[in-house]
Design a protein around this ligand. Structure first.
Ligand code: NAP
Ligand code: HSE
Length: 441
């Protein structure tokens, strides 16, 4: 049997502690499957005295992740710290510079520095694996980077944040408050260190930026993503969506259009009878539409210690099975130096259906005026209904008008909403939610 593969693990929180436990519990099986033992050669975190639920006293400890990357007797540096800058960034660069393979679950780091890091790994002839960075345990990186080779991807989209899907599901099914659901997601280890990254959509945007590069062979462009989180979604929206036959999910969508690539993250209404609408709780789903294969949909655990550690372990096993110096596939699917420039499609040109909820004064002619504003902007309506406003805080005598449009442009909807905002009958802010229709499932 070949020499053991020695891994150094930096970060022993939710994911790191699970990984250490699993590597120890599955040592015999891993040695057989990988053809060599996988040994933990070094560890690093901030607080050595903290109880990690496993005995770590026999493993070399480094107080600094960067020191571990430069000095430890290891073959693979596993980064499970998090964050786009600081300790994680410095340690990963140090490890690659030294010629170590790197495995990371850090989407923030890759979204910001992924191209540079991929170029460095390619120059040094080492592997940089990051399956856990997108959609937790779902092997979507491998699917895009390897299995779909030769396909032309037209759209990739999905539910990529377990925290948001968990919150939306529990709000809908149990009527719990947003804050209660978020606290529970944090307790279960799903949320980022700063949970605003989850609920404001940044985490999904980081993941989407990585998928866009793998799908379309373009430079990572995380700053070019249209972004809306879920903090503005109310129980009223969730109920209205249900009445109309939809459910609300936070989707990340990257789509090839005639004018460039559209990247957007926003709450989205999906038809209730589609598979993606049934994906509940911390589960993630990623759909890829391509010309040879057609539509592929992968559903699985998107966050949590064990699910994420499973993907990290798969990456380590790939390294254990590779030959020295072997780079079977480029880090980002396309060699870093050959990635094409990212050409952004204008969000205003986005085409699709829209849900619009308005709270309005209960006056004669309001309904007709709203319909006119839509018509003036060439928006064709699938449905328009008026209801007594259920909001206790709404002005007395107000009504709710809910519109669902046929496919139209973002530009038209924004113009119509701006026109309605100028009307004296409007109470509060209009709510606009985009509708997305899966092709096959
Ligand atoms: P976590 O529970 O917050 O753990 C972070 C770990 O990093 C802790 O052990 C912490 O040390 C250590 N750390 C923080 N700053 C450090 C520094 N300056 N130097 C050395 N160590 C430092 O985070 P996590 O949830 O496991 O997430 C880790 C990574 O996986 C992140 O990139 C995250 O985005 C990604 N990820 C997480 C999940 C998930 O479900 N949690 C899923 C997919 C991807 P102490 O313990 O001593 O404080
Ligand atoms: N905070 C992330 C989520 C962890 O909730 O999906 C997985 O990347």
């Amino acid at each position: 049997m070949a020499d053991a593969l020695k891994v150094g693990i930096a970060g022993l929180g939710t994911v790191g502690a699970s990984l250490v436990r699993i590597i120890r519990e599955r040592a015999e099986e891993l040695a057989v499957t990988c053809g060599r033992a996988i040994e933990i050669g070094a560890l690093s975190a901030r607080d050595r005295s903290r109880d990690r639920g496993v005995d770590l006293s026999d493993i070399t400890w480094f107080g600094s992740a960067e020191a571990m990357a430069t000095e430890a007797d290891i073959d693979v540096f596993v980064e499970l710290i998090g964050g786009a800058e600081g300790a994680a960034d410095q340690a990963v660069r140090a490890a690659l510079e030294r010629g170590l393979h790197v495995v990371t679950a850090n989407k923030a780091l890759l979204a910001k520095h992924g191209v540079e890091l991929a170029a460095l790994a390619e120059e040094k002839g080492v592997l940089l694996n990051f399956e856990a960075a997108v959609a937790g345990g779902i092997p979507v990186i491998k699917a895009l980077r390897e299995s779909l080779t030769g396909n032309k991807v037209s759209r990739v989209y999905g539910i990529m944040n377990g925290t948001c899907n968990y919150i939306l599901t529990r709000m809908e099914k149990e009527g719990l408050s947003f804050q209660d659901c978020l606290r529970e997601a944090q307790r279960l280890g799903y949320a980022e260190a700063d949970p605003t990254f989850d609920i404001e959509g940044n985490d999904t945007a980081h993941k989407l930026a990585i998928l866009t590069t793998l799908a379309f062979g373009t430079q990572i462009a995380a700053d070019e993503i249209y972004l809306e989180g879920i903090s503005n979604i109310s129980i009223q929206d969730i109920e209205a969506a249900a009445d109309l036959g939809y459910r609300i999910k936070l989707l990340g969508v990257a789509q090839k259009t005639e004018s460039g690539i559209e990247q957007r993250v926003h709450p989205t209404m999906v038809p209730r009878d589609t598979v993606i609408a049934q994906v509940d709780g911390v589960t993630n789903a990623v759909a890829i539409e391509s010309d040879i294969l057609g539509e592929l949909l992968m559903v699985g655990p998107g966050a949590g210690g064990d699910a994420t550690a499973s993907a990290v372990l798969g990456d380590i096993a790939d390294i254990a099975k590779s030959r020295p110096g072997e780079q079977r596939v480029p880090v980002l699917g396309t060699p870093a130096k050959a990635l094409a420039p990212y050409v952004k499609a204008r969000m205003r040109s986005h085409e699709g259906g829209y849900f619009i909820r308005l709270t309005v004064a209960d006056r004669t002619g309001v309904f007709a005026s709203v319909a006119s504003r839509m018509a003036e902007n060439n928006i064709s309506l699938e449905s328009i209904v008026q209801r007594a406003s259920p909001q206790p805080q709404a002005a007395a005598g107000s009504k709710t008008i809910i519109l669902v449009t046929h496919a139209t442009t973002e530009e038209s909807v924004r113009n119509a909403v701006t026109a309605i905002k100028g009307e004296s009958y409007l109470v509060g802010e209009p709510q606009v939610i985009r509708i997305e229709r899966p092709k096959a499932f």
